[in-house]
Design a binder for this molecule. Sequence first.
Ligand code: ADP
Ligand code: MG
Length: 705
Amino acid sequence: MRPPLLNPLFAGAAGLKGIGAKLDKLLAGFLRPAHGTPGETTRIVDLLFHLPSGIVDRRFRPKINGLPRDGVVTVEATVMRHRPPPPGNRRVPYRVDVSDGTGPLTLVFFHAYADSIRRALPEGETRFISGKIDWFNDEPQIAHPDHIVSADEFGRMPLIEPVYPLTEGLSPKVLAKAIAQALEKLPELPEWQDLPFLQRHGWPSFQQALRTLHHPLAPTAVGLESPDRRRLAYDELLANQLALTLVRANMKRAQGRKLPGTGELRSRLIKALPYSLTNAQAEAVNDILRDMASGDRMLRLLQGDVGSGKTVVALLALATAIESGAQGALMVPTEILARQHHATLSKLCDAAGISVTLLTGREKGKTRDEILARVAAGETALVVGTHALFQEHVVFKDLGLVVIDEQHRFGVHQRLALQAKAGGATDLLVMTATPIPRTLALTVYGDMDVSKLTEKPAGRLPIDTRVIPMARMDDVIDGLARSIAQGNRAYWVCPLVEESEQVDLAAAEERFLQLASRFKGQVGLVHGRMKGPDKDRVMQEFKDGTLQLLVSTTVIEVGVDVPEATAIVIENAERFGLAQLHQLRGRVGRGSGKSSCLLLYQEPLGETAKARLSIMRETEDGFRIAEEDLRLRGAGEMLGTRQSGLPLFSMADLSTDGDLLQAARDDAQLVLNKDAKLTGPRGEALRVLLYLFERDEAIRLLSAG
Ligand code: ADP
Ligand code: MG
């Protein structure tokens, strides 16, 4: 159970002033993407952990005749005259002239409510006005000042104001107010860090750090290197390391089970494959079978670049579990991928006589009940699904092996929950296309054994990658027309606009209409907002060749496998990260046909974007691309978690706090060596830390042991 002293932090934010049901929902989606379940609400802690990304410095207080050309200023002035727009004309702004005796300044309001302006700026009174200065015909103006306050209120106004990351529909003032209220609920907490360690770094207490970050007194206070931020980053890293160490210790303790298999299903599968395994695949299968046959629990990571053929390795492992009389589960991050895997695996499974079923959020009602019943009775040997697989109602008769595909797409929270749920004896194989350096692997997975697929299936031709300005779109479409006329299939990926899915969608729809009018009846569109069955239908039509051109948002990024597709056009490629471009490009070059990738970019191209695109042109080597990515963008983004909206950490930023990792690891081990059950005084405090950062699945393991 969560220590009661944390209850105020995990209470809903809906009680705060200014947070109604609608905002609660918006904030939950924005601040808790990793949890993503519909119906989640915002908690106080989510607000507190939403740290500023910068500040606005309002300390500069010039006289009006000394106003700078631009920048943020705070001016003390008397309200002279209101100049409302002529009645009925909403296009003319509402103006208010103010003066401090050295010159005039005009405040400008577009589409404003006259009443509220009159209330805020009574004629003849003095006000403190803070905002960004503008010049219009050589006269100074402030349009929509950020603050207009009386002398009294000014005394209480922070002159260094934190700036928070925002999302559509969230106003900075409302957010700041909610966070300020949340701070008042911050309880006294025990210190879980080692005091000498804190002193050595000059770090404040947890509470103090949060207060300083949300009420900064100096412009540098919120920077990534500030002691306050570092303290919180370290807290989070330590919580994570403790959890991983506990999970690991638990796993070692848990008596694994032997899943030696008989080889029967496996050999039937291999016979049914239209190809033979690569050496790398065969070796990986051997590693896995050895782990499974042994009495220790398997905890293995299979790394293999896109297209290296991880799926079949997983299938052979799953078949081995099934031969041994147990069940297997394959969990993937998206609905599309679940369906695709289910479709490909079904064919092979049918040939081998393995019963397989699909389970995602979309299977509902009676169908779902039936699926669950068969899984619980052990009649279904293999279940393919999304994280719906590990929701509460899903009970396996005897789950022997879990495979997680494209594992970097899942949050730490989800993975820990899964590991805890899978229980002591279940073997675990996780697969990723993202090659990650050892230190990062440790952070994310703890100590795992690793197999790598270092070669791709034979016969693959290099992908012809070209970087082309958007201005040449017409040529690109002509080229596509020639290729389609020859019967080829292609993807067209529309740009990612970070802020809003709505805008992404509009862009994709527009492109779809344009291409559909040129290639009549041959173009399909898929995007994340589509209803499941519609998505399936389009994917299926593209797979079987009814459609030859598939326009999409980035939903096709992960794992989609249509070997006949030989071209991919990526629009606004400069907006994508390297890992993502690599993943996208990996959708082609999967068959024996010669493939091409066209990266369309919008000019002018920034330095980093230029570097990214030229790396894409130079190499297809996922390891090299990952290294370059790390160099260009920092660790968090390389793991792909930021792009996928599943932050790995909310406080720590591995590009600046990476140096703290090792310390956190050592600390976690030291603590658990001395106090394995976390019952000593620091142990108790560390339990609070684990709950605070929601690594509490790990605590359940403490009591289980
Ligand atoms: P990823 O590692 O990206 O998940 P997949 O498992 O989707 O790759 O495999 C990519 C493609 O390569 C699939 O079409 C699969 O059927 C094919 N494939 C896998 N292994 C081999 C092999 N040994 N020889 C030829 N083709 C293979
Ligand atoms: Mg895959």
